[in-house]
Each structure stands twice: as C-alpha cells, then as structure tokens.
Design a protein around this ligand. Structure first.
Ligand code: AMP
Length: 211
C-alpha cells in the first residue's frame, strides 16, 4: 500500500509518519529529511536545496521528483511506502501518478493559529528525529534516546510564515485533487498528544486496508 501524509508544516506529519510506518511496515520517505541529510553531507543536491529551504520555498520540482522516483525503486518499497512531505504541489502529484499508485492520503487539518508557536518552539533530536516543544523541555537539551536537540534553521518566524504561505497556495489544493480521486482520509490535528490522533488514524487505516 502506498500512502501519502498531507498537512501544513507543524501539523504533526513526521510524528504520525513514524507511528504509521512502524505499524504497517512501510518505509518512511520524507523529502525534507532527504534534503536535510544532503545538506549535512554537503552534496550537490544539498547545496541547491539549502538555498530554497532557508527561504521557506519549495526545492525545484525536477530535483524533488527525481529523488522520489529513484527512492521508490529501492527494494524496501516493493510492498509500498509512506510519503511524508511529497507531493507538495499539483505538478508533483501528477508526476507521482506516473510512477506510483496511491491507495490512501492521510490528511491532517489543523488550525493555522497553532502552527507558528509549534514550529518556532520546536526542537528536534539529531539522532532519532523526535520532536519536542521547548515549553515542555525545562531546559533539557537531549532526547530520551540521548541525542542532542537542535532547532531547525527554517523554524524561525519569517521562514515559517513563508512555508505556511507556500502550503496554502501550492499544497492545500492537493486535498481537492485526492478527494476527487476518492483516496483522501481526513483527520483533525489538535494540541492533544500525537498518540490520540494516531489511534484515529490507525482505526481508519485498519478498517480500510487491514493491518
Ligand atoms: P519538511 O521537513 O517536510 O517541512 O520540509 C522542509 C523543506 O524542504 C520545505 O520547506 C521545502 O523547502 C523542502 N521540501 C520538502 N519536501 C519538498 C517537496 N516535496 N518539494 C519541494 N520542496 C520540498
């Protein structure tokens, strides 16, 4: 089964993705993670991606689509995959249709008012990718796994504003695109712990696809 996770930045896609991937044994493919890994390794793709990511803009479609197309040929995708952060506009969705059949789109709707604070206060583990909010850390600087926590460079007010604008203009139309295809599964993100939303997601996915 091929699944997509859709939702504004900060809606909790990454956290849900980890739980969904584990339960349904799907490789979690996050284009944002792939770009950050390339930036860390200072590859050509990383250098290019950084200039867009730092401004809160989308990395060009040709580069992004080529990365995903290649990633889906890996052995671990033969029974499906979970795409997180891709597609992010109609062009990418149409390209994806040419090389994968999408079975379900987990769409997390969330009140935009929650997102600025959530993203600007977010701290992420360098090792396992777990997210925290600074207000719950009480000065703690390491993750439960021992990894160091850091603030993503694009989690600052100016860049977050532009990421949210990009989401509204380019990514939100995908809700309609996948609704028309009959594969959308709508959920509401809240301030409740991620496990609460995952219970709902799990129920719907189990019913629709079996475990
Ligand atoms: P994320 O970790 O999903 O929030 O992505 C971080 C940044 O990576 C985004 O703000 C974009 O600049 C870039 N990015 C991630 N996925 C895509 C995509 N599908 N298309 C273009 N740019 C992307």
């Amino acid at each position: 089964m091929n699944l997509i996770l859709l939702g504004a930045p900060g809606a909790g896609k990454g956290t849900q993705a980890k739980m969904i991937a584990q339960r349904y044994h799907l490789p979690h493919i996050s284009t944002g993670d792939i770009f950050r890994e390339n930036i860390r390794k200072e590859t050509e793709i990383g250098l290019l991606a950084k200039s867009y990511i730092d401004k809160g803009q989308l990395v060009p479609d040709e580069v992004t689509c080529a990365i995903v197309k290649d990633r889906l040929t890996w052995d671990d995708c033969k029974n499906g995959c979970l795409l997180d952060g891709f597609p992010r506009n109609l062009y990418q969705a149409e390209e994806l249709d040419k090389f994968a059949k999408i079975d379900g789109v987990v769409n997390i709707n969330i009140d935009f008012k929650l997102l600025m604070d959530r993203l600007c206060g977010r701290r992420v583990c360098k090792e396992c990718g777990e997210s925290y909010h600074v207000s719950t850390l009480n000065g703690q600087t390491t993750c439960h796994c021992g990894g160091e926590l850091y603030q993503r460079k694009d989690d600052n007010p100016e860049t977050v504003k532009s990421r949210l604008d990009v989401y509204s203009a380019q990514t939100a139309p995908l809700i309609d695109y996948y609704t028309k295809k009959g594969v959308i599964l709508n959920f509401t993100g809240t301030e409740a712990p991620a496990e609460v939303l995952f219970e709902e997601v799990k129920k719907v996915l189990d019913e629709k696809f079996g475990k």
